[in-house]
Ligand binder design. Structure first.
Ligand code: PLP
Length: 392
């Protein structure tokens, strides 16, 4: 069995030992319900509030502006539906982009069946929205702009501060899905004029099944799940105390060596891209070259299928992705790659590599050498490549 080399940190990360260590007592010794008044309940409540403080501190928010959820998808649902339902008297128009994660896109699609009107902004070939098009899309019925901080497939980072300013000027709420950005980009919700922000612990070495939503004080939003009064009546369900402790510890650790970690990812990413450019012909780098997540490299290898590439890499112990984790499994090309204008056949040959703390330069060398061999082998089996070479 080959050693596993994991290059899919945008899909998920391992839970750090230190995180797990802090979580375990809340499963075993201190399992009290955070709403109970006896000692182990009060201890749980304290752990929940400590974690809320840590998350608030990381994004320069107030603790009472943080709500715990079960994942990034739930945070997106709560933000978008919560604002839409609570503000429907003011208007029924929402603006988002064509490259959002399905957690946002499908939430918006659902709202369209309930009388809301959604504008899906185009992006350019780098995956950036146009601020001018955003302003032009605003109507007197617009209540919410939901634009992701950084794209999960191509890594492009949107002009969040400028979007926030536009939203503020027009008195429209601004939600950003920051699931891929937390831990990789420093975020100050006040400076960036962000009203609502989604995050998910398993993208920054925390546990799966744990998310959080920041909602600025004064924003009108409704709960979307009926039940008890937890999370100040906005998110019913007995608190997942261990998970909450985990997300708090994970964000604290992420900020402890933030710069060092992200410099390392940037170096690995740039080294990988330069090596591929040097050693493999007929490729295309997707996403913005500078405004991109430190650990993301998305490259299309012309004349081959991403799935074939993934299977061959897997045989060498390499874990990577041909699209977003949620859409691979379907044979349709990624909606993000199509939105940046890639033809179907080029979108199909794309490989997303996302680096993390367990990767080394030697891992990148192994990855590139494997790619050189596999890409050549797959191209030699491709009739399209044969035609291309003949007609060159
Ligand atoms: N938003 C983005 C940008 C993502 O990349 C993901 C997961 O890949 C999600 C939302 C959903 O997060 P979760 O898996 O925690 O539901």
């Amino acid at each position: 069995m080959e050693k596993i080399r994991y290059f899919d940190h945008a899909a998920t990360t391992s839970t750090k030992e230190e995180v797990l260590k802090e979580m375990i007592p809340y499963f075993t010794l201190n399992y009290g319900n955070a709403s109970s008044i006896y000692s182990i309940g009060r201890k749980s409540k304290k752990a929940v509030e400590d974690s809320r403080d840590k998350i608030a501190k990381a994004i320069n928010a107030d603790s009472k502006e943080i709500y715990f959820t079960a994942c990034g998808s739930e945070s997106d649902n709560l933000a978008i539906k919560g604002v839409a339902y609570a503000n429907k008297e003011r208007g029924n128009h929402i603006i988002t982009t064509k490259i959002e994660h399905p957690a946002v896109l499908n939430t918006c699609k659902k709202l369209e069946t309930q009388g809301f009107i959604v504008t899906y902004l185009n992006v350019n070939e780098d995956g950036l929205i146009s601020l001018k098009e955003l302003e032009e899309a605003i109507t007197d019925k617009t209540i919410l702009i939901s634009i992701m901080f950084a794209n999960n497939e191509i890594g492009t980072i949107q002009p969040i501060k400028e979007i926030g300013e536009i939203a503020k000027t027009h008195k429209i709420y601004f939600h950003t899905d920051a699931v891929q950005a937390i831990g990789n980009i420093r975020i100050d919700v006040k400076e960036l004029n962000i009203d609502l922000l989604s995050m998910s612990a398993h993208k920054f070495y925390g546990p799966k099944g744990m998310g959080a939503l920041y909602v600025k004080t004064g924003i009108k939003f409704e709960k979307i799940q009926d039940g008890g009064h937890q999370e100040r009546n906005k998110r019913a369900g007995t608190e997942n105390v261990a998970g909450i402790v985990g997300i708090g510890k994970a964000i604290e650790l992420a900020y402890e060596n933030f710069d060092e970690y992200n410099e390392k990812l940037t170096e690995l990413r740039d080294y990988y891209i330069s090596q591929v450019e040097e050693k493999i012909p007929y490729i295309k780098i997707n996403g913005h070259r500078q405004k991109r997540l430190p650990g993301n490299a998305n490259i299309s290898f012309k004349f081959i299928e991403g799935e074939g590439l993934l299977l061959n890499l897997d045989m060498k112990g390499i874990c990577a992705s041909s699209g977003s984790a949620c859409t691979s499994g379907s044979l349709d090309p990624s909606h993000v790659l199509l939105a940046i204008g890639l033809p179907h056949e080029i979108a199909h040959g794309s490989l997303r590599i996302t680096f993390g703390d367990d990767n080394t330069k030697e891992d990148v060398d192994f990855l590139v050498n494997t790619l050189v061999e596999v890409v050549e082998r797959l191209r030699n089996m491709s009739p399209l490549y044969e035609d291309f070479i003949k007609n060159r």
